[in-house]
Write a protein that binds this ligand. Structure first.
Ligand code: RB5
Length: 139
């Protein structure tokens, strides 16, 4: 079985936060965008979800301005459970209750410290299963 891989991608509105997060989490694989030039968020959501879906253990982080565009795009893919979190409590709960395999951050509406805490919480929290598993099966 392949090892777990962690991916990150953003559009231009998430580029600055992505750059800062990568300094703290150097093992995360960067799928772009690589500059702050305007790009289309679905291109990066699709690129990241394609990699995440290659292995059940893989997870991803997506960032756009509000987090909404990335959430919509990512959740169109079967097998992706993307949760938008603007704080670390929500980032923990999307793992515990929703078994989220993608964390979405709102680059223009979260400060760097809270975003770092959110990534840490997302990466270190396990799915609670039980009643939550039953609910996920109904998705
Ligand atoms: C880009 O300006 C912005 O629309 C995008 O980052 C995102 O917020 C879309 O949902």
């Amino acid at each position: 079985m392949q090892n777990k891989n962690i991916y990150i991608a953003s559009d231009h509105a998430g580029f600055d936060l992505k750059t800062k997060l990568l300094k703290n989490f150097p093992k995360i694989n960067d799928l772009g965008t690589k500059t702050d030039e305007s790009v289309d968020y679905p291109d990066f959501a699709h690129k990241l979800t394609k990699e995440v879906l290659k292995n059940k253990k893989n997870v991803g982080i997506l960032i756009c301005g509000t987090g909404v565009g990335m959430s919509i795009a990512a959740n169109r893919k079967k097998g992706i459970r993307a949760g938008l979190a603007n704080n670390s409590k929500i980032a923990r709960l999307i793992r515990k209750h929703n078994d989220a395999n993608v964390l979405v951050l709102p680059g223009r509406f979260i400060n760097t410290s809270e975003a770092k805490k959110s990534v840490q919480a997302f990466l270190s929290t396990k799915f609670e299963s039980g009643r939550h598993k039953r609910r996920i099966k109904k998705l």
